[in-house]
Design a protein around this ligand. Structure first.
Ligand SMILES: C[S@@+](CC[C@H](N)C(=O)[O-])C[C@H]1O[C@@H](n2cnc3c(N)ncnc32)[C@H](O)[C@@H]1O
Ligand SMILES: Nc1nc2[nH]cc(C(=O)O)c2c(=O)[nH]1
Ligand code: SF4
Ligand SMILES: [Mg+2]
Length: 243
């Protein structure tokens, strides 16, 4: 019997607003459940119980059908996010199904859990959490994940992305980049206004924070190979869900 995957949202086509393939046209599949509870999580509805009635247990086939229904022939790329999709072993069925249909697959996770299907992801973003999140990185687990990906030769498909809200987060980001210097490294502006409804107000705040982060990065020699990005979707659509 086909396994079920807990799904909270399927949406798109839209553009990937973050990280290594920013701007890429993509569909999104957002899974439910997370092993973290970051203070500033912009997708807290995936784990805080507020959207528990919206969770659908779906097979890989059902997810593919829904993607086709929404996207038709207007997509060639699917991003899986969450929550933490790395909690779900059964995603291997979806990933293989997508790849069999010629779809490139991206995935967002925080690097707290390993899954063998990581090897099949085309754009794997690992986003360890800085001190402002209230979470503590288990570097023994993260080291093991990075080592497996290195050994299998898929490191070109992997990036690290650290969200930065303050100086303490920037120091953490520096430490992560120095620990894994051979992995492409992204700094992402933190959005601390995840309930702001006025897009113009939000944009101004996020662009001010982007300027601050760029200034810090250009002043820091350890960040010579880092890339600084905003969340493009937040600048365009604000805190709206499903975009
Ligand atoms: C919602 S998470 C889901 C995937 C996975 N749990 C993770 O954290 O990587 C997707 C991305 O959004 C980032 N993110 C979450 N809340 C944010 C916020 N308030 N500002 C900026 N980025 C945020 C996370 O760091 C992660 O890179
Ligand atoms: N457009 C868009 N880009 C994104 N990149 C990462 C997202 C996420 O929530 O994981 C996300 C999202 O929710 N929307
Ligand atoms: S790990 Fe990701 S989904 Fe989980 S709480 Fe943190 S930002 Fe949210
Ligand atoms: Mg998001």
């Amino acid at each position: 019997m086909a396994s079920k995957i807990p799904v909270l949202e399927i949406f798109g086509p839209t553009i990937q607003g973050e990280g290594m393939v920013i701007g890429q046209k993509t569909m999104f599949v957002r899974t439910a459940g997370c092993d973290y509870s970051c203070r500033w999580c912009d997708s807290a509805f995936t784990w805080d119980g507020s959207a528990k009635d919206e969770i659908k247990q779906m097979t890989a086939e059902e997810i593919w059908e829904r993607l086709l229904e929404l996207g038709g022939d207007r997509f060639s790329h699917v991003t899986i996010s969450g929550g933490n999709p790395a909690l779900i072993k059964a995603l291997d069925e979806l990933i293989l199904l997508l790849k069999d249909n010629g779809i490139r697959v991206a995935l967002e996770t925080q690097g707290s859990r390993w899954q063998d299907w990581f090897y099949h992801i085309d754009d794997l973003t690992i986003s360890p959490k800085p001190p402002s999140s209230g979470m503590t990185t288990n570097f023994a687990v993260l080291d093991e994940i990075i080592e497996k990906l290195m050994k299998s030769g898929c490191i070109d498909h992997v990036s690290l992305k650290v969200v930065v809200f303050d100086d303490g987060d920037f120091e953490y980001a520096k430490m992560v980049h120095q620990r894994y210097p051979y992995i492409s490294f992204y700094l992402q502006v933190g959005n601390d206004e995840v309930t702001e409804c006025d897009n113009a107000t939000l944009r101004t705040k996020l662009l001010d924070k982007l300027e601050w982060l760029i200034e810090k990065t250009v002043e820091t020699k350890e960040m010579n190979d880092a890339r600084v990005l905003p969340q493009l979707h937040a600048l365009v659509w604000g805190n709206k869900r499903g975009v």
